[in-house]
Every structure is written in C-alpha cells, then in structure tokens.
Design a protein. Structure first.
Length: 136
C-alpha cells in the first residue's frame, strides 16, 4: 500500500483552516458587537473583525505584490479605513459601536466586490452583440 504524503510546509498546508477560523472569529465578533452582548470576548473579537475584514478586502486587491508587502499594506489599509470611519462618525456626531461595525463591514464588502468586478474578463462584444470600436 502506497501512502501519500503532503510535502508542503505546515503553514501552507493548514492555511484554509486558519482562514476559516479567522472568518469564524471575525463573524462572532461582529455578531457580539451588533447584538450588544456583554461578553468578555466581545471587545477582542470585534477588534479582530475591524482589522481583518478590511485587511482581507484590501489584500485581495493587491494581487501583484509578494506576500510580506501585501500583508503590511493590507493591515495598513485596514487601519486607515477604520480611522477614516471613526473620524467621519465623530465629525457627524453619529458615533456608535454598532454603526462602526456596520460601516467597516459594508466598506470592506464594497472593496472586495469592486476588486472582483474589476478583474472579471469582459466580453469582446458590446450590447446586442455589436462589436466595440477596439475590434474594428
């Protein structure tokens, strides 16, 4: 009987498990913050969500960079987004924890969807099957 061994490094092998755990922790943090649950896990998990959600969205947009630069820029972009949301909420006198979590989550989703939409290959024909000017 032949055994199949995975020769990838452990960090690469368990990356999907780590990513799934991060999504779970972030989701629990957002849920605890939105439900206003008085749990000792609320603050660290919500903070984890507020950093990881925008970092994942920004990191997805930086595909051309190496892993270290992408990680540093994604975390920096996430912190900048968090600070911009907090500053806007304070300037408009709309500060709330729930509002901040919702705003950061929505902006992260918009960044992620915008990045995916920009990468989608476009068809060569325009509306109604007509060719575009670049094909003429």
């Amino acid at each position: 009987m032949q055994t199949i061994t995975d020769k990838r490094p452990a960090g690469v092998r368990y990356l999907p498990v780590i990513a799934g755990a991060a999504v779970g922790v972030g989701g629990v943090g957002a849920a605890l913050a939105l439900a206003d649950v008085g749990s000792p896990l609320r603050a660290p998990f919500a903070l984890f969500f507020l950093v990881v959600a925008p970092a994942a969205a920004v990191g997805g947009a930086l595909r051309g960079l190496d892993a270290a630069a992408r990680c540093v820029l994604a975390v920096t972009g996430a912190l900048a987004l968090d600070l911009l949301v907090a500053q806007a909420m304070l300037a408009l006198h709309l500060w709330s924890v729930r509002g901040g979590v919702v705003a950061v989550g929505c902006l992260s989703l918009l960044i992620l969807v915008g990045t995916r939409a920009a990468r989608r290959p476009r068809s060569a024909t325009g509306p109604a099957g007509r060719t575009t000017r670049s094909q003429e």
